[in-house]
Design a protein around this ligand. Sequence first.
Ligand code: ADP
Length: 560
Amino acid sequence: MDRAKITYEQLLSENEELRLQLEEANDTVEAIRTGQVDALIVNNGEGHQIYTLKTADQTYRVFIEKMNEGAVTINHEGIILYSNTRFAMMVNLPLEKTIGLQFNLFIPEIFREAFDRLISNAWNEDCKEEIELISSAERLVPCLLSCNTLELDEGTALSLILTDLTVLKDAEKQLKIKNLQLAAAHMVTEKLNNQLEDTVKERTNELFLSREHFKFLANNIPQMTWTNLPNGEIDYFNQQWYAYTGLGTDESKGLGWQKAIHPDDLALTLQRYQLAIKTGTALEMENRYKRGGDGVYRWHLNRAVPLKNEMGAIVFWVGTATDIEDQKKEMEKRDEFIGIASHELKTPLTSLKGYLQLMGTYQKEELPHRITQYIEKANKALNKLQSLINDLLDVSKIQAGKLEYAFSTVNISELIRVCIENAVHIYPDNIFINEDGSEYLVNGNPERLEQVLMNLINNAVKYSHGNKKVIIKTTRHEHRVRVSVIDFGIGLSTDQKQRIFERFYRVEDKKHLTSGLGMGLYISTDIIHNHRGQIGVESELGKGAVFYFELPLIEQKGES
Ligand code: ADP
């Protein structure tokens, strides 16, 4: 018919007929899908052709409909006779639109020729192949295509089962990536491992060298040396140890080393070692070691220092014993000399004082003014000399353990008053502030305690260099009274604080030269210890100092 001459009514009726045909076709598809009918009519251009499904059993079709694979039946021309919903979803079309289409339309153009060959082969034998299906403009779905021939009443058809491989391919891809990452990580690990091995080798070598180095050093110093584990157990002695003590390796092991210590020094040695290990602090003490060769005991200076790791935990201790016998003998000789010399000096000094006193008894007018001035100056110098000689005598008495004195009740407030009076007299330019709180009574020797307090006040003035204020203060600390002498002078560093109570120790200060022999604090310490008290200092360099001593109080009635 000439399409140009078609009337509107004719078009309407044609349209209506097509609509009815579509409805019919949809109903047919739905009927087949749900298993209500078992035949299909296809218009293949040369008129309608009817296909009957051989196993038109409903259970089977429902099963096909529900399965996860795409299922398609095509005829020899490649036209889709049947498709399940899953296939329609795979190619992104409504189900009714897939039926009647050429199947190879869903194959990308470049693979189409190969695909057609595959299908023509599939009519002869069942086969499986991976293909890609066009899902939408942007997306291809990788599938496993499985082809089987189907015998229908109308002839043979080809059943195509399509398994979506997207997830599998993605997983494969991910796996590939992970494998690559794993391989890269493996390579890095291997590299690190090799580096680590090299480092370990290097360190082992270094350790070996440093151990050898340590042993070489330890065996070539004159001191006896050993190392202890953190718990104190000795795990190494140098050759000097074995040579001096005459003890063998087995004899020295465990507690064997104690055999080398003088029996009188053993208890104190053990006590000091145990304390050092418990507190993790360095030890320094003197004791006597028996020389294996002749059984003679010689004085040694013992030192044990802990070696700590970055976490502060002790790794091991290094101990040394240095022979100080000869120095000790020298010191004894020096002490003896000081003792004799100060004693010898005392007699002429007393005579000198006596003569000066006699001269002083002359009527003032009988002597020229200049002479009285000289007598006064000589007296001052003599007093200084006397105090120096007294200190020297005290030191040698302390050394000989002979500094003795009688005890009585001492009023600390009274003691402070007397000392401040003296100080004001000696140092008229200084300001002494008495911050004494209340009456404290102690058991002690008034002269010796005065000597201690005067020494602290003298030092406070001596080491203040221009700062005139000195405070004397008392405070109670439980059953003790603390007397503090506070100055605002040069102060002391931590190192200096640790050493100033030693005999003859003086801080070297090239800027401010002050006279003294470094005996005052040593004597004061001995006196305070003999009073069952404590002496100490709190100070910072450049910020003044607080020297103090503490003494046990005589408890008053009613006090706890
Ligand atoms: P001396 O004063 O005769 O040197 P001491 O035994 O009294 O001897 O003191 C020892 C050292 O302690 C002094 O040489 C000094 O360096 C230091 N010292 C003592 N008292 C003070 C103080 N108040 N301020 C700063 N340093 C002090």
